[in-house]
Structures are given as structure tokens and as C-alpha cells.
Design a protein around this ligand. Structure first.
Ligand SMILES: [Zn+2]
Length: 491
């Protein structure tokens, strides 16, 4: 930015701040500092000791932008100028997310691409693209090695953290090889799959016993249908094969520790507890906005911090995957509030990891597996509440006093969906600010559907640390595997 335009922009911002009633936008003056940082930047060309891969499930670029504004507004800023924790990272790329058989991807195929370096079908977990989905026929021998396998072979410790079930697609592709992501516990397999010798995902987790630290949800896939869920006296496990996989895990890891809640989590001792399995809910962890009160589980940031402490306590190198798994679920429900709130929780987890590690030996990648059909639209004025109705700028910089009206004379929100449960079939209602800013509000959508869907545009990869400069350009999603393998100098 030249000095003249910088001054003009600053003047405009000051004028805007003088006129605005709700918020005071921050002047735009950071350009020169960023350029100086880029010029002074010296890449670390030696291999990384540790890699942390953060996957915001469904965290497309529009979600990142809206969450940035939301987080800024929570801090009393206008919002647009705010930066999420990974937005200061020096390297970025765009990642093409399609599966081998779908233009718009699912999370199983995308996680498999990132972990194995090979794109595959939607629904498949770390097997090649030829095996038919939901069939056991071509699974044997089709399993693809992951960078977790290679890292383990080089003596690195492995960690897995998710706010979703540990048997859900994104974490599952790290350890399971399956033609069907829905085979989370034995009862989900069809007779033919069982007869063909395929195993459910939770069983594969325990059989492989790869991960030193695994923290997340999904306890029901490990408990028998005769086992009562801890803290949920009305709920039972799901396994019908009579095998309690938590006991099986403990038998394989005699000195390992299993924890089910915050109190158990608080007893974990880095350096002493080398093998840890934390299963905090029968299904997914709660949305971050709802994770309060005496039954609250550890936050994603707390889980991430503990995983790093446990993995690094003895000075070993490690590879850790952390999934913000519920951003995706909020979007599928057509609810922007929880999608943004969980993205902010994910950003806190990245910030904690960044603060606990050194740029000289730890490479951090932050990306998404796919996007959602989530839009930011309608010319709202600067600092307009991101979850609110659109108020136009009145030309002098101040918000107009009344919400903007669409061609049907009804107000509309900045955030919306291309499809989803918030679609309106009759005339659009006269929305109020109070209504649309309620945490449970479902944003309007164009096409009615019971669940909002993934989006097909590219997602971003943000990276810092040793060898992270290879994260650049427009790449196939499977390149994430290659970049991590290079960072760690894996065979
Ligand atoms: Zn999804």
C-alpha cells in the first residue's frame, strides 16, 4: 500500500468511526508491517521434529471469514480486521477437495487423501478408489499406508484429538481401512461384510493400537449393548459382539489410562501416562457453546494442550491430528451460530498449540476437508453484526436506520445457505434482529433439504514451521500428505 492510499483509507476509516453508532471500526494500517515481516522471513529448511495437522471439518473460506468477524465482534471490534490464530501463518495454498467419484466431497474420502496421499471414493477410509463402497469384496489388500504409519515407523509418537466421535470419518481414516465410513461398530456391518472378514472401525482402532494419545467422543462404539454409558444412565453401548473394546484396549495397554470426563482428564500426568484413551461422550462432544456447567467436557483447546504435553513429555517427536469436528455438523443443521462458535473454539486450539511449540522444530498445518454452501452477502455496513440482518451503509459511513429489504420487501441476513433446513417455501417472513441473532436460528436457504450439504470449492491450507514453505499454490488435497511427509523427512 502506498503512503497516499494508506492516508486516504485511514481518513475514511476515521470518518466511518465518527459516524458509526454500534461499533468503531479499526483503521487499516497493517500493510507495511506485513510486508516487512515477509521480507525478513527466513524459512527453516531442516526437517521438523513434530507436525500438528488441524482439520476444521467443513471449514470453508466463507466460514473462516465469518468466524473471523464473529470473533472480532465478540472482542468489541468491528470484526472484519480481526485475525484468527492461523491467519498470521506465512504460507497458504488452496486445496482441491473432490473425491475420485464426487465433484463435492465427503469427509472420509478427503481425510484419506490427506493421510495417504491418494484420493479415493466418498465414504471410503484409507483404501484405494477401486473398492465398491459398503462392500467387503476388494478391501483386503486395498489398505493404503498413512503418514501416521510412516511416522510411527520412524519412532515418532502419535496423537489424535477430535470433538467428533473418534470413529467418525476424519479421525477414522487415520487408523482404519474400510469401504464404509458408517461401519463404526460391529452392528453396522452387513452380513456379507462380516462374512467377508471386514472389521468395524472401533475394533480396528484397538487392533492397530497405533495412537499413544486419543481424545474425543464416540464411546458407544467401544461399549457393549449391555454396558451402561458413564454419566448417561439411560444410554447403553452399541456393540452386539459381546466385546468391551475399552477393556480390550486396557489389556493391550496395561499401564495406559482410560478417562471419561473432566475429572479423569485432570488426573493425566505428562511423562507418566504414556498411553491415554479419552472417550468423553457416547457420541460427539457437545457444541462448544453448549459445553458448560458441571457436566462440561474438556474444551478442544484443553484436549489439544494435554495431547501435546503427553506426547512431548519425554522429548520424543510426535505427529498430532486435531479435528474441529462439529463446525460441519452445525452447518449441516443450517445453524451458522454454532458453526462460527465452534470455529472460534478451533482457533483457540490452534493458538494454544502454536504457543506451546517452537517454529524452529514444529510444523503446523491448518486446513479443512471440504467447504459448505455457506454465503456472506448483501452489502452490510462495516461492523454490522455478522449474525444479524443486513443494514446498508448510508453513504456517509453510518448504518442506515432500517434493515435493507429484498425485492419481496422482507429483510434478510448476511449469512445464508445454498440449501438446507432453513429454506422458506412460502413468502419470506418479516425477520427481526432478535430472531436472527438467536443461537438456535436457522439461516434461510435457497433449496430446501433436510440437511445442508458440503460445498465443492477449494479450501485453504495455512502453514508455519520447518519446511512449511512447500505449502503454496493450488494443490490437490492429497498433497497435504506429501507436505507433511517432506516436513518430517519420512521414508
Ligand atoms: Zn459433513
Amino acid at each position: 500500500m502506498t503512503k497516499t492510499t494508506q492516508t486516504l483509507t485511514l481518513s475514511a476509516a476515521l470518518l466511518l468511526s465518527a459516524c458509526a453508532t454500534a461499533v468503531t471500526p479499526t483503521p487499516f494500517e497493517a500493510g507495511g508491517d506485513v510486508l516487512a515481516e515477509r521480507i525478513a522471513y527466513e524459512p527453516v529448511k531442516t526437517p521438523a521434529k513434530n507436525v500438528i495437522l488441524f482439520i476444521g471439518d467443513g471449514m470453508g473460506v466463507s466460514t473462516v471469514t465469518a468466524a473471523r468477524i464473529y470473533a472480532g465482534q465478540q472482542l468489541g471490534k468491528a470484526g472484519e480486521e480481526h485475525q484468527l490464530s492461523w491467519e498470521t501463518f506465512p504460507h497458504t495454498a488452496l486445496s482441491k477437495t473432490y473425491n475420485t467419484n464426487q465433484q463435492v466431497a465427503d469427509s472420509a474420502g478427503t481425510a484419506s487423501a490427506m493421510y495417504t496421499g491418494v484420493k479415493t471414493k466418498a465414504g471410503a477410509l484409507s483404501i484405494g478408489p477401486d473398492a465398491p463402497r459398503g462392500s467387503c469384496d476388494q478391501v483386503t489388500g486395498a489398505g493404503l499406508p498413512t503418514f501416521f504409519d510412516a511416522a510411527s515407523a520412524q519412532g515418532l509418537r502419535l496423537g489424535l484429538v477430535s470433538s467428533a466421535r473418534l470413529t467418525h470419518a476424519t479421525p477414522a481414516a487415520a487408523y482404519a481401512h474400510s469401504s464404509e465410513r458408517n461401519w463404526e461398530y460391529d452392528g453396522e456391518l452387513n452380513d456379507a461384510a462380516r462374512a467377508g472378514g471386514c472389521h468395524d472401525i472401533a475394533a480396528q482402532f484397538v487392533d492397530g493400537n497405533m495412537f499413544d494419545v486419543a481424545l474425543g467422543g464416540g464411546r458407544r462404539a467401544f461399549l457393549r449393548d449391555t454396558d451402561v454409558e458413564p454419566d448417561y444412565p439411560d444410554e447403553m453401548g452399541r456393540r452386539t459382539d459381546g466385546v468391551n473394546l475399552i477393556d480390550a484396549w486396557q489389556a493391550k495397554n496395561p499401564t495406559g489410562k482410560v478417562v471419561f470426563d473432566q475429572a479423569g482428564f485432570d488426573t493425566l500426568v505428562p511423562g507418566q501416562d504414556d498411553r491415554v484413551l479419552g472417550l468423553f461422550e457416547p457420541s460427539h462432544l457437545k457444541f462448544d457453546s453448549m459445553n458448560t456447567g458441571p457436566d462440561a467436557d474438556p474444551s478442544l483447546a484443553d484436549l489439544t494442550a494435554k495431547a501435546i504435553e503427553l506426547l512431548s513429555a519425554k522429548g520424543d517427536g510426535f505427529v498430532l491430528m486435531v479435528e474441529g469436528g462439529r463446525i460441519d455438523h452445525a452447518h449441516h443443521g443450517g445453524n451458522a451460530f454454532n458453526a462460527l462458535s465452534d470455529t472460534v473454539a478451533f482457533a483457540k486450539a490452534v493458538a494454544v498449540a502454536d504457543a506451546m511449540t517452537s517454529d524452529s522444530d514444529t510444523t503446523i498445518l491448518v486446513t479443512a476437508d471440504h467447504s459448505h454452501v455457506f454465503t456472506i452477502a448483501g452489502y452490510p455496513t462495516r461492523g454490522n453484526p455478522i449474525l444479524g440482518l443486513v443494514y446498508w451503509n448510508d453513504g456517509a459511513g453510518a448504518p442506515s436506520g432500517k434493515p435493507a429489504l429484498a425485492s419481496d420487501d422482507a429483510p434478510y441476513t448476511t449469512l445464508g445457505y445454498g440449501n438446507g433446513p432453513g429454506a422458506v417455501t412460502g413468502p419470506r417472513p418479516m425477520l427481526t434482529d432478535e430472531e436472527v441473532q438467536d443461537p438456535s436460528y436457522l439461516q434461510q436457504a435457497t433449496v430446501p433439504s433436510s440437511g445442508e450439504t458440503h460445498g465443492g470449492e477449494d479450501v485453504a491450507i495455512y502453514a508455519k514451521g520447518p519446511r512449511s514453505y512447500v505449502v503454496s499454490g493450488v494443490v490437490e488435497q492429497s498433497y497435504v500428505h506429501d507436505a507433511i511427509s517432506y516436513a518430517l523427512d519420512l521414508d
